[in-house]
Design a protein around this ligand. Structure first.
Ligand code: AFP
Length: 298
């Protein structure tokens, strides 16, 4: 049985990066413990104008504090904050981007949610997704699971008695037929409608929970596509490039999948600001290529 530290020791990660990855991964323990005391919505909104859940706020403050105290990180960009937090005393050049609690509308119904993290080693949180040094998510489901890439394949670990043990890896995303789409159907664009009817006609199975990280985890294992499209009244969709699309897209790519906005590889897009929104199609490689072809035709 390989634990997280033993796995990291076999990679080309520097010691401070290993320390940072372990430090973040272990925050799954206090975050899970905070669920019961943080069931309600907060009276505040995040940088995208969405109402925050108490656990969004708690997880954001908790991870930010731990990262600041560690002095391992010089920049932190969080979905829950308008501005990037900087640490002038940092002894490393890592920038962390995070969605501290993704899928927060599911907290009160006890469905699967997670923490999404991206790590850059260039000190700049507003970098392209392709430049990530590492990406990971912790998933709070029946098990607490860590999905991690340091740019050399995707590995999945399970947390037990305070230790992560390797369960699977390197993971290859298959060409499956699961699909899920956000946005109200009445607001979908023609391109999106055409793709969804195509996958439905091919026998695609609908899977959409309202938690991107949980829905993506299914796609990673079984193949298919998660979509949050542009809609008639919102050409940028809902999800954020920096905190959601890039870390998950980097993981997808490392597993042999792809991420696109329907027209281009999202990992190549330079974020304009922390709250930059984008349509998202992420999943099996041929499915994403097919979606891009449909978008080109229409
Ligand atoms: P947050 O819980 O972090 O705000 O994110 C929720 C989310 O961005 C993503 O996780 C879901 O897939 C999507 O929004 C759900 O949106 P809809 O409720 O519009 O389907």
């Amino acid at each position: 049985m390989t634990n997280l530290r033993e796995y990291l020791d076999k990679t080309d990660c520097k010691n401070d990066l290993k320390e940072l990855i372990e430090l973040i991964a272990m925050q799954a323990v206090p975050i899970r413990e905070a669920f019961i005391a943080n069931q309600s919505y907060a009276d505040t909104e995040n940088a995208s104008g969405e109402q925050q859940a108490a656990l969004d706020v708690w997880s954001d403050e908790h991870i930010t504090r731990i990262l600041m105290e560690s002095n391992l990180v010089c920049e932190i960009a969080s979905e829950e904050k308008t501005d990037i937090v900087r640490n002038s005393e940092a002894k490393s050049n890592y920038a962390v981007v995070m969605d501290p609690l993704d899928g927060s509308s599911l907290i009160q119904v006890n469905l699967c949610v997670g923490t999404i993290i991206g790590i850059y080693d260039n000190g700049n949180a507003l970098s392209r997704g392709r430049d990530l040094r590492a990406a990971m998510y912790m998933l709070y489901g029946p098990m607490t699971v860590l999905t991690l890439t340091v740019g050399d394949g995707v590995y999945i670990f399970a947390l037990k008695d305070g230790e992560y043990t390797l369960m699977q890896g390197p993971v290859t995303m298959p060409e499956g037929q699961l699909y899920g789409s956000g946005g109200l159907k009445k607001d979908w664009t023609k391109e999106h409608e055409e793709y969804i009817s195509e996958i439905e006609n091919k026998g695609g199975k609908l899977r959409y929970s309202g938690s991107f990280v949980a829905d993506f985890h299914q796609i990673l294992k079984y193949g298919g596509v998660y979509c949050y499209p542009a809609t008639k009244d919102n050409k940028d969709g809902k999800l954020r490039l920096v905190f959601e699309a890039n870390p998950i897209g980097f993981i997808a790519k490392q597993a042999g999948g792809e991420i696109s906005d329907g027209k281009q590889n999202l990992l190549e897009v330079l974020p304009e600001k922390p709250s930059h929104k984008t349509p998202i199609y992420v999943g099996s490689r041929n499915i994403i290529k097919n979606i891009e072809n449909i978008f080109k035709k229409i």
